[in-house]
Design a protein around this ligand. Structure first.
Ligand SMILES: [Zn+2]
Length: 308
C-alpha cells in the first residue's frame, strides 16, 4: 500500500499492489522502485517535489543505519534496504517499523493528536505496539521497543511464533481468536459463523462483527475473553508508563470498537493502578489502514527536519 501524501492535502494518489516476495531481496527492491515511480507518475509531480520515500517494514530494523535485521515475511535478514534503495534514486529514503509508522500516524494525524504520552496497539495476525513519550517516538536501546505482542500473560500458555509460551498475541490477536473459535466449531459448538465461513477461506473481521451483531454466543464469548486480556495488558503497560492515550487499531477493533472498547476499558480499570487509569483515554484508530501512510509524513519530518 503506497501513497503520495502531505500534511495539508492528505493522500494525493495511492496504489495498492502486491510486492514481489519470492525471498529474493532484488525482486522486492525492484517492485518497491516500480511502485514509487508509478505513484509519482500518477500525480504528475516532478521528482524534485517529492521530499522523501518512507517505507514501513514489518520487522526489526534500525531507521538510522537502514539495516533490517530481520523481516521474515519479506525474506530480509541483515539487509541494508535504505542504502540499496538510495543507490537507485536521488530522493531521500527512510525506513521504519510498520507498527511504529502506524503509531506515528495516529499520534500526528489521528484522534491522538493532543496526547503527549501515547501507546498504539495494532491487533491483527499478531499484535504490535508503538510508544510515543513526550511527543517523540520511543524506539528503545536496540530499536525493539513496543513489542507488546510478546508480553507474556501466562507462562503456561500456547507456544508463540517467537518461541516463548503464553505471549499476549497467542490470546488476543485476530488469528488467536479465530483459532479458538474454530476449535470450538470443530467440537460441534453452535455458531452462526458456520454459515458465514467459506471452505479454505480465511475468517474475516467483518464475519466476526456480523456474528457479534446477531448475538452469536460463541463468537461473543471469545471476543469478550480477548478484550479482557487486552485490558489486562494495557493496564500493565499503563502501570509501567503512565500514558495519557491508548489507540487501538487493526480490522477487528475497527469493526467491533462499539463492542470491544467498553469491555477493554472495564478490564483495564480492574487491573490498572488508580494514577495510571486517571486521565487516560482508550480510543479506536480513526484512520484505518491509512494510519501508517500518515506516519510517513511524521517520519520524514523527524528525520529530515522539514515540513511535509
Ligand atoms: Zn511471543
Amino acid at each position: 500500500m503506497a501513497a503520495v501524501i502531505n500534511s495539508e492535502e492528505g493522500i494525493i494518489a495511492r496504489i495498492k499492489r502486491p510486492a514481489e516476495l519470492s525471498g529474493n531481496p532484488k525482486g522486492y527492491l525492484n517492485s518497491i522502485i516500480e511502485i514509487v515511480n508509478d505513484l509519482i507518475d500518477k500525480t504528475k509531480l516532478k521528482k524534485k517535489n517529492i521530499k522523501a520515500i518512507c517505507i514501513g517494514i514489518p520487522g526489526a530494523l534500525n531507521p538510522h543505519t537502514g539495516i533490517v535485521s530481520l523481516a521474515p515475511n519479506l525474506g530480509l535478514k541483515k539487509f541494508n534496504i535504505k542504502e540499496k534503495l538510495q543507490k537507485k534514486n536521488s530522493i531521500p529514503v527512510l525506513i521504519e517499523n510498520d507498527v511504529n509508522l502506524g503509531a506515528l500516524g495516529a499520534y500526528k494525524f489521528g484522534k491522538a493528536k493532543n496526547s503527549k504520552n501515547m501507546l498504539a496497539v495494532f491487533i491483527g495476525t499478531g499484535i504490535g505496539g508503538g510508544i510515543i513519550i513526550d511527543g517523540k517516538m520511543y524506539r528503545g536501546t536496540n530499536y525493539s521497543a513496543g513489542e507488546i505482542g510478546h508480553v507474556i500473560v501466562d507462562k503456561k500458555g500456547p507456544v508463540c511464533g517467537c518461541g516463548n509460551k503464553g505471549c499476549f498475541e497467542t490470546f488476543a490477536s485476530r488469528s488467536a481468536i479465530v483459532k479458538n473459535i474454530m476449535s470450538d466449531l470443530k467440537a460441534k459448538k453452535k455458531s452462526i459463523l458456520k454459515k458465514l465461513i467459506l471452505p479454505n477461506k480465511p475468517v474475516k473481521s467483518r464475519m466476526l462483527a456480523a456474528a457479534v451483531k446477531s448475538n452469536d454466543n460463541l463468537v461473543i464469548k471469545h471476543i469478550a475473553n480477548a478484550s479482557d486480556t487486552i485490558g489486562l495488558v494495557l493496564a500493565n503497560s499503563a502501570n509501567l508508563m503512565n500514558f495519557d492515550m491508548i489507540v487501538l487499531g487493526g480490522g477487528l477493533i475497527e469493526a467491533l470498537d462499539y463492542f470491544m472498547l467498553p469491555k477493554i476499558i472495564e478490564s483495564f480499570k480492574k487491573y490498572a493502578l488508580k494514577d495510571a487509569s486517571k486521565n487516560i483515554k482508550i480510543i479506536a484508530n480513526d484512520l484505518g489502514d491509512d494510519v501508517a501512510l500518515y506516519g510517513g509524513i511524521a517520519l520524514a519530518e523527524e528525520f529530515l527536519k522539514i515540513k511535509i
